[in-house]
Design a protein. Structure first.
Length: 238
């Protein structure tokens, strides 16, 4: 199949059936830690990168032919780029919920949520997993290498606003890179912003697969333990 993959065994989501709706590494970020290597097309342009009809046909055929003993816990829009750059992501989410009663998950870098249309498109997911690796512009530009003109304060404001009306669950993901965003002082800054966003969970993680930039190192286990203490009970180390 071209767009459907898995199910993949996920540490957080169980057996996740993935849907990739944009071409390889079409993204608004070029994160230094990305296991998929460097972004090939950095953009904020939303369009129908893949035909909706073909994606839905693959999804339909998958469930029609799925072995009865194949366990699937959720459907996840993620893949090899930023899924919300697909301009019909809302239609795809709604269609996925019609095909099955499984929870529909969206993993996003959060950048496009500054566009109210995107926030409206994704409001029907059961679980949103947005990333927030930085809360200041200098660190944002060092770790996520965003498209020029993107400002982290706008992303934060969008997440806060979205959470006010979102009826699903939100797990805020923070990737900790040694020497960039893992000092106690900076972790406290992220915690302060997370408290304003009010996610159901904060998930702290560190790059464990070969990153895009060879100099990237994961936060130390002792740092993750300290971060867990800072973020408190609604925090998981993934």
């Amino acid at each position: 199949m071209k767009y459907i993959y898995g199910p993949v065994k996920s540490r957080r989501l169980g057996n996740s059936l993935g849907i990739s709706v944009v071409p390889y590494k079409v993204c608004s970020f070029d994160c230094v830690y990305c296991q998929l290597k460097e972004t090939t097309k950095k953009t904020k342009q939303r369009k129908n990168y893949a035909p909706v009809s073909e994606i839905l046909e693959e999804l339909k055929n998958f469930f029609l032919n799925k072995p009865k003993d194949l366990k699937i816990d959720c459907i996840t829009f993620s893949g090899s780029g930023e899924p919300t750059l697909h301009s019909s992501i809302g239609k795809l989410i709604r269609a996925a919920k019609e095909f099955t009663r499984l929870p529909v998950v969206l993993i996003t870098n959060s950048s496009t949520m500054i566009d109210p249309k995107v926030s409206n498109d994704i409001k029907d997911v059961d679980l949103l997993v947005p990333s927030l690796d930085a809360v200041t512009q200098d660190v944002f530009e060092k770790i996520d290498l965003p498209l020029k003109g993107l400002h982290i304060k706008d992303v934060i404001e969008a997440l806060i606003k979205f959470r006010l009306t979102f009826k699903g669950k939100m797990w805020l993901e923070v990737m900790l890179v040694r020497g960039l965003n893992d000092s106690p002082e900076y972790l406290k800054k992220i915690k302060k912003v997370a408290d304003m966003i009010k996610p159901d969970r904060v998930q702290l993680t560190a790059p464990i697969r070969p990153p895009a930039q060879i100099w990237v190192k994961p936060a130390l286990p002792s740092t993750l333990k300290k971060a867990k203490e800072i973020f408190g009970d609604n925090c998981d180390i993934v």
